[in-house]
Design a binder for this molecule. Structure first.
Ligand code: ADP
Ligand code: MG
Length: 693
């Protein structure tokens, strides 16, 4: 069905030249699984690498490309000694310097008496020019010239810009050609270029002009919103024709569960549960968004819904963003259901081979009643026996729920999307169509607001002394979060390691370190240790952000709080304050911080209300934050950002209404072009719906 020309762009990155399974996993961490995701991975900067005839024209410490003649190799004789290669540029001496070099490789790459184009950072050291570890070496007649401008991408540890550039180039050289799917009036209105032009220009930027770049980005944002609206429209047409499930039962298991519960549900929880059970009992498909701040108790609401579904002999699935969370939910739910006959299963990327097969089998045969998992749940190989409810817990991209539903083709399962980041009504309408909303507006009884204070990093010693006191006198545990630096996990890690070393001096073996370079399994082990053993402080990069629940951790220190966005600060703070013990959040910041950072910190000190924080956030976020960065914690699109692209969304909606009223089955050439877009944007479920309906 899918046109062949789309195969390449939609295939897994494992089929790219130079990507083995190890590199694949590393790149996956950036949210890049298929070739097309490289296209959407917009560079956040460009590097200029100027070519200089005359070395004296070049600036020290800038990136340069030079034509060098290789004169002499001076290999290192012992380990610490650098390997030097004497060269000349015109008639000026310059050294290339390599540490821990592989000698044969250098001899081959840089033969004596030949010229090479060499690129790297120009340094001046002991009266000589030098380049340490040149990033590029190329023969003069090589047609792969060194680019004078190079895109800079977000990285994660184990990756470098060169790899990212090379792989992106590989894909750019194999882009399919498409007929235009956007209407002329809209192309003209926004001055959009063609898809191919935009993609090429974005990844081979000629300047760093934000405005130009934004114009290019907005074309891709429009495509994304158009496909999304189209998918929603198609699903809606289909839904009007088909009945949903009626979930009715005697409430026996449910009542037993209620009576065993050792806390009282909040009014908010009770109201929301009523709304959900009402939806489940009707013959219309439920599509409902449950919003509630961190710690407001969404999980139990989901669980009660799933128990209800179990009673009617249907399966439920709960999808969460990370393996750690999947296991955390699995254990909690297993514990809460220990007196019942409900079969709970967890499926993540960790399951391989036989074990995976066994689990898939239990899901397909209906032996598993509640299935908890990560993205692994929406792979084609997962076939549910009779899915009655899909719950999707925070942080996924818009559109995932559509795929989730379609994994079961016999009927329409009910959908509950849960989000800890409040999403304004306008945005939910856009993102989900006619989705109903429930809100948990109160925290469980006895929760005290988290007390938030700020402190200059200079007074760090005071803080450490306070922590010492507290550890002596209570069983409290501490999170210590280290900041995000330039979106690079590598640098994050360094900051966290430094901090870990410092804290170890004071607290010896009571400190643990956690960071993104660890595997999911290792992370999980550390969390378990921190929870159960006699550790007091968990130093971490922002990887602890999502949903982790350790009740005895009552204080969170956020270092360089000025570098975080409000949504992120609020999410992080939500790691504490999860029971009735007074919790604290300490925002450590450097001395001279900007106005916006100051505002953010003030808002954090003033309120614990996530809905209010979200509002304030929208107010103070400037357009400078559009490109490259994503607000974590809330569901998102790849490229579009609804706080800046709302006008595009309106136009996409109008365009879709017009198309679907004229051409609901997406036929003829117009339909074909739009189907290409749907495939490209991974909205295959919508196309399946077209054929099914
Ligand atoms: P979130 O909304 O962030 O997902 P959780 O569902 O993880 O919140 O709930 C946070 C904690 O509060 C959990 O330990 C949960 O068991 C507990 N909890 C949920 N509802 C209540 C309640 N009504 N009373 C007391 N504790 C509750
Ligand atoms: Mg949660």
């Amino acid at each position: 069905m899918r046109p062949e020309k789309l195969n390449y762009i939609l295939s897994s990155i494992s089929s790219l030249k130079g990507v083995g399974s190890k590199l694949e996993q590393i790149i996956n961490k950036l949210g890049i699984y298929k070739n097309i995701h490289f296209v959407w991975n917009i560079p956040n900067n460009i590097l200029e690498r100027k070519f200089y005839e005359n070395i004296h024209d070049a600036e020290i410490n800038s990136l340069v490309t030079l034509n060098l003649k290789i004169i002499k190799h001076e290999p290192s004789r012992f380990k610490r000694q650098p390997y030097k290669i004497k060269c000349i540029c015109g008639d000026t001496n310059i050294d290339l310097v390599y540490f821990n070099a592989r000698h044969p490789m250098l001899r081959q790459m840089l033969p004596i008496n030949e010229n090479r184009l060499i690129s790297g950072k120009l340094e001046y050291f002991r009266n000589t020019f030098q380049i340490t570890h040149p990033t590029h070496v190329s023969a003069l007649n090589n047609n792969k010239i060194i680019k004078s401008k190079e895109a800079v991408y977000s990285l994660t540890s184990g990756l470098n810009q060169k790899i990212m550039n090379k792989l992106t180039d590989q894909i750019l050289n194999n882009l399919p050609n498409f007929n235009e799917w956007i209407e002329n009036s809209i192309l003209n209105k926004y001055k959009f270029k063609t898809w191919n032009e935009v993609v090429k220009n974005l990844h081979n930027p000629s300047d760093n002009n934000i405005k130009n770049k934004n114009l290019l980005r907005r074309r891709l944002a429009f495509d994304e919103l158009l496909s999304h609206q189209l998918a929603i429209g198609i699903m809606r047409n289909f839904n009007q024709k088909k009945k949903g499930l009626e979930i009715t039962s005697d409430n026996k298991t449910l009542n037993k569960f209620y009576s065993n519960l050792d806390f009282q549900l909040t009014n908010s929880q009770n109201n929301v549960i009523k709304e959900i059970l009402h939806d489940l009992g009707s013959s219309n498909q439920m599509i409902r968004l449950l919003q509630g701040d961190v710690g407001s108790g969404k999980t139990i609401v989901a669980l009660i819904s799933m128990i209800k579904v179990f009673e009617s002999n249907f399966q439920s699935a709960l999808m969460v963003p990370t393996t750690i969370l999947a296991f955390q939910h699995y254990e909690n739910i297993l514990n809460l259901l220990k007196d019942s006959k409900i079969n709970v299963l967890v499926l993540t990327g960790k399951d391989k081979g036989k074990e995976r097969k066994r689990k898939l089998d239990e899901i397909a045969k209906g032996k598993a009643d509640i299935i908890i998992g990560t993205h692994a749940l929406i792979q084609d190989t997962v076939k549910f026996n009779n899915l009655g409810l899909a719950v999707i817990d925070e942080q996924h991209r818009f559109g995932v729920y559509q795929r989730m539903v379609f994994n079961h083709k016999n009927h329409k399962p009910n959908i509950l999307v849960m989000s800890a980041t409040p999403i304004p009504r306008t945005l939910t309408l856009a993102a989900y169509g006619d989705m109903k909303e429930s809100k948990l507006i109160e925290k469980p009884l006895g929760r005290k607001p988290i007390i938030t204070s700020s402190l200059s990093l200079k007074k760090e010693n005071q803080l450490i002394n306070r922590i010492k006191e507290r550890i002596k006198n209570s069983s409290s545990k501490f999170y210590w979060v280290c900041p995000l630096i330039e979106e690079s996990e590598e640098l994050d890690l360094k900051a966290a390691e430094e901090r870990y070393k410092i804290l170890k001096k004071y607290f010896k073996n009571k400190v643990l370190l956690m960071h993104g370079r660890l595997s999911e399994i290792e992370k999980e082990e550390i969390m378990t240790k921190f929870k159960n053993d006699d550790y007091k402080i968990l130093v971490s990069t922002t990887v602890i952000e999502v949903g982790v629940d350790i009740p005895s951790a009552t204080t969170i220190v956020i270092e360089h709080a000025e570098r975080f966005g409000l949504a992120q600060l609020h999410q992080l703070r939500g790691r504490v304050g999860r029971n009735d013990i007074q919790s604290y959040c300490i925002l450590l910041h450097k001395d001279n911080i900007g106005e916006i950072s100051k505002q953010r910190i003030d808002i954090m000190k003033q309120t614990n209300d996530g809905f209010k924080i979200a509002e304030e956030d929208l107010k103070i976020r400037g357009p400078g934050e559009i490109l490259g960065k994503k607000q974590s914690g809330s569901p998102s699109f790849y490229v579009a950002d609804l706080s800046f692209d709302y006008d595009l969304l309106e136009d996409a909606k109008i365009m879709v209404e017009d198309i679907l009223s004229r051409n609901p089955k997406l036929e003829n050439i117009e339909g074909e072009n739009l189907r290409n877009l749907l495939y490209l944007q991974e909205r295959d479920a919508a196309i399946l719906t077209l054929t099914a309906g």
